[in-house]
Design a protein around this ligand. Sequence first.
Ligand code: NAD
Length: 434
Amino acid sequence: MKIAVIGTGYVGLVTGAGFSDFGHDVTCVDIEPTRIAALQRGEIPFFEPGLPELVARNAKLGRLRFTTSTAEAVAAAQIVFIAVGTPSTAEGAADLSYVIEAARQIGAAISQFTVVITKSTVPVGTADKVKAAVASTTKHPFAVASNPEFLKEGDAVNDFLKPARVIVGADDQKAIELLRSLYHGVLRTNDRIQVMDIRSAELTKYAANAMLATRISFMNELAILCEAVGADIETVRKGIGSDPRIGAKFLFAGAGFGGSCFPKDLRALAHTAREHDVKLGVVEAVERANERQKRVLGERVISHFGGNLEGKRVAIWGLAFKPETDDIRESPALTLIEQLADAKATLAGYDPEAMPNVRERLGDALILASDPYAAATGADALVLVTEWHELRHPDLAKLKSIMRTPALFDGRNVWSGPEARAAGFHYQGIGRRA
Ligand code: NAD
């Protein structure tokens, strides 16, 4: 099948490369000429494990191409995916301007019956707007459908190639058949495709993210209660996670969630509800709890030093919003950096992949070190924000010898408190008893 994918970000590029790997003929489009030029040279514009190999293999076989020309890509395609960004507006709504602009450009380019599918995360009712935008620039027949994406950065290729389920929102039979056949390679049996009405599909994506975020904020609030009552959140987590009705995933207390999806999608969902005079009190509380949680680490460091960080150096390990990505959008590390800089600390950071993005965003607001121990050298405190594998088992003896004062703040509960204390450190996790 001939496919065009509009937008070559985390979702668009993985989608395009993924479908090409199943033998489809894919052209990926982006409005950023430098991004397309880089992709044409075989360079991947962001860090995503497994993606460079997937792109290289399919580009070499001639099944995956890159262009800045929507017209060229869409004219040849039977299926067009919209995978452009939907950032937050100042009011917390999803900004649909990129989606609608892409839809107009698609309309102007289609040359045969085409199925236009929104993969971007978009509020309920967006398909109607996409339909109107496409119709405003074409006389050709077309259908719209919704196919929200559930991949997670850091494991996106795996998620795309082996999805837990594929949600298809469509009311046009031809569109449903095309999508079933398109995903046949991914699912082999079709029983993990769930076909539903478009509005339910659009809402399912937000509901999934809101549910996952709710679990995290719930555990973060419980962690603070654990500290107040002398219980241990890790023990409580295991205790509830072994209940099959609850399950063990997404129950880790920590420094709060960030990323390009959860925060903006919670805001957009609450905004949609307000527009319809519905109050989503739980969703609003989840976001508020997360905003509080993102400040917990910084408050602890500041209070450990009596409220004044002047002359103190703080090292931060992990800057990406989670491990295995270079994405720093709404990362808890950014909140921490702002808090500590306001308190006049000197900051040194290390992240295996995200430092170029941090440099681009924050300039010289913090020293970016070439390895984690260089960041910790001379530090009065070391804070773990993102639990990359390489940061999970620090050499405590080495840290003790290079840090100015031995204080560890573990924002992901991955270090051993007893071991750190035995080695002479002040150690603080989130909601831990030991
Ligand atoms: P991104 O910001 O990484 O990439 C979007 C790309 O679209 C950019 O490269 C931009 O230049 C391009 N673009 C914008 N307008 C265009 C146009 N008219 N024509 C061609 N290209 C255009 O975004 P992302 O993280 O891939 O997210 C895309 C959508 O998918 C969002 O709605 C997001 O919420 C959703 N989503 C993201 C993830 C994720 O993990 N990142 C997961 C699931 C869903």
